[in-house]
Write a protein of this length. Structure first.
Length: 205
């Protein structure tokens, strides 16, 4: 791709670093921004800079937050005895959109994947075990995607917490094997949360 402007080329190259965006899409976006009023570009730049510099991770559940404790964890109407374990922030957003879950979350920050060099020590698993060990948690819901990595992560966590007197469950398989939660429709995901099954039962399936 030949560029008549080095500035345009630099902009395209940086935009193309974003996941799912190729050079042609990056060029289209760069030219779109060029056509917009300068204020629009400045607002976008300011929003991205503030997001990168000021965003926090909740000290309790590790969800993205503007404050030390996220709005979900600080909401007195949520049930702190039920913890829904998810892979990342997108899963929290997907489940929250169903309006069916009233407990709290725990964001692992990924899944165990030896191929990608991700082990238990790279995830927020120890902090989850600490929550369970405190005695305040009555149920842990595994809501990771139905992939080999997701199932491996579920099983690893289950073995870490099975000695504690709590219930463990997994979302019903209304979510197809291999599907990511963020792509499930709200009704299917909501039903999967409500119709969750004991985790040990899922191991027999």
């Amino acid at each position: 791709m030949d560029f008549s402007s080095k500035l345009l080329e630099n902009a395209v190259n940086e935009i193309a670093r974003l996941p799912g965006i190729g050079k042609r899409t990056a060029l289209r976006l760069a030219l779109h921004l060029l056509k917009q009023p300068k204020d629009a570009t400045q607002f976008l730049t300011k929003a991205l800079t503030e997001f990168r510099d000021e965003v926090k991770y909740c000290s309790s559940c590790f969800n993205i937050s503007d404050t030390e404790l996220c709005e979900i964890c600080s909401n007195s109407k949520r049930n702190p005895e039920i913890i829904c374990v998810v892979e990342d922030v997108r899963d929290v957003m997907a489940i929250e959109s169903t309006l069916q879950f009233k407990g709290l979350y725990h964001v692992l920050g990924g899944k165990i994947s030896p191929i990608e060099g991700v082990g238990p020590q790279n995830l927020q698993i120890d902090s989850l075990v600490e929550k369970v060990a405190s005695g305040q948690v009555k149920e842990v819901i595994f809501a990771l995607s139905s992939t080999m990595e997701g199932d491996t992560t579920n099983f690893y966590i289950f073995k870490q917490i099975e000695k504690y007197n709590i219930s463990t469950s997994t979302i019903a398989r209304g979510i197809a094997v291999g599907d990511e939660l963020e792509y499930a429709d709200e009704i299917t995901l909501g039903r999967s949360i409500l119709n969750r099954i004991p985790f040990e039962q899922s191991l027999k399936g």
